[in-house]
Design a protein around this ligand. Structure first.
Ligand code: IMP
Ligand code: MG
Length: 228
């Protein structure tokens, strides 16, 4: 069987005829099984140890928070400020359950490097800074952990002239608090456990899981070795 030959001076690959009697159905089936197995291995759900909050439970928690926010802000102008990236899913579900007028803004907070600095925090506000002064801001985040992010953002926003800064978090881990800060609204409390899903990430992944779960040790180990 010839599998390659010279044509016009260059070496071309020529596909040989398949052996007579090839079972094409079996060949295609083997290929399908191989690709399906690969897809399963890459499914994020396999890395989850335990589901802590299901999609249904999440919606109930958000309804409760949305009701409290609506009650407190009725008749007041305010902006929901979604802290990127983790809160984007929570914020988009939350605001669709708040039936009163509001504006939407975004802020990113990173550890100190350059830009607008408050303590050890770099803040970027979108749209660029002109929707802070005199405004009532409701900061929204995926999780309140040590409290550093919220504490610094509130300080920076008040210094930039915000009239009021409150906060609403999807999850609260009070046992981890390192600064004197509490959220005004929270959907759920969690114990000191690393969780992913519904916006929360591990190494940039798992944000698109529709529920919140804890990660298997094997997923963390696999990732650590991948970073070596
Ligand atoms: P803080 O400044 O310590 O309160 O940290 C808040 C940020 O830490 C959150 O916005 C998350 O990005 C991240 N974080 C804290 N705990 C977790 C977790 O369990 N899973 C995923 N991200 C977390
Ligand atoms: Mg995050």
């Amino acid at each position: 069987m010839k599998t390659s030959e010279m044509r016009n001076g260059s070496f071309m690959r020529v596909y040989a005829d398949p052996p007579r009697g090839t079972d094409w159905y079996a060949v295609r089936r083997r290929a399908w099984i191989k690709s399906a197995t690969r897809a399963r291995a890459a499914n994020m759900h396999e890395d989850i140890d335990e589901i802590l909050f299901s999609e249904e439970q999440i919606q109930v928690g958000i309804d409760r928070v949305a009701e409290a926010v609506t009650k407190d802000y009725r008749g007041r102008e305010f902006s929901v400020v979604s802290i990127l990236k983790g809160s984007c899913i929570f914020a988009s579900d939350l605001i669709r359950r708040i039936p009163i007028p509001l504006e939407l803004a975004f802020v990113s907070a990173e550890s100190y490097r350059e830009g607008t600095v408050s303590g050890n925090l770099k803040m970027n506000f979108f749209p660029s800074g002109n929707e802070i002064e005199g405004r009532n801001l409701l900061l929204v985040d995926d999780i309140l952990d040590t409290g550093n992010t919220m504490w610094h953002l509130k300080k920076e926003l008040m210094e930039r002239g915000a009239a009021e800064v409150r906060s609403c978090v999807f999850l609260d881990k009070p046992s981890r608090r390192a600064v004197d800060y509490e959220a005004d609204y929270r959907a759920f409390e969690v114990e000191d456990l690393f969780v992913v899903g519904y916006g929360l990430d591990y190494a940039g992944r798992y944000r698109n899981l529709p529920f919140v779960g804890s990660l298997k040790q094997s997923a963390i180990k696999a990732d650590d070795s991948a970073n070596d």
